[in-house]
Design a protein around this ligand. Structure first.
Ligand SMILES: [Zn+2]
Length: 123
């Protein structure tokens, strides 16, 4: 995980592949805040690049989520949706606060209703 300033919010994500493998990642923050790589994206890419793109669940937490669970941002919701289109099924998104006392679970259609979609390219 790379932060642009000390004390910045730390985000972590992990994905569970259909075969039982778990891939975890943190965010990579850029100084311009435009080219950040979010933890959810990094975990999905790690699984995909490891030959395990068939993801069944994704968990996300952050150091600043105290009373409510951390939820994926809009960019990550779109990223997750597009990955779901590529693999042909929904991914269960598990959202938790930093000490895991509060949790929510949702599919991507619930997190991103009326999403913009395009025909996915499958390599
Ligand atoms: Zn995000």
């Amino acid at each position: 995980m790379f932060l642009t300033k000390p004390g910045g919010t730390q985000y972590g994500a992990a994905v569970l592949a259909a075969g039982g493998e778990i891939f975890s990642a943190g965010q990579y923050s850029s100084f311009n805040h435009i080219t950040n790589i979010h933890a959810e994206m990094a975990a999905i890419v790690m699984a995909t690049m490891s030959g395990k793109p068939d993801i069944v669940a994704l968990a996300v937490v952050s150091s600043s989520a105290v009373d409510q669970p951390e939820r994926p941002c809009g960019i990550c919701r779109q990223f997750i949706l597009e990955h779901c289109q590529r693999i042909g099924h929904d991914i269960l998104v598990c959202m938790g606060n930093r000490d895991t006392t509060t949790r929510e679970f949702a599919g991507i259609a619930e997190l991103l209703p009326a999403a913009w979609t395009a025909t996915p390219y499958r390599a």
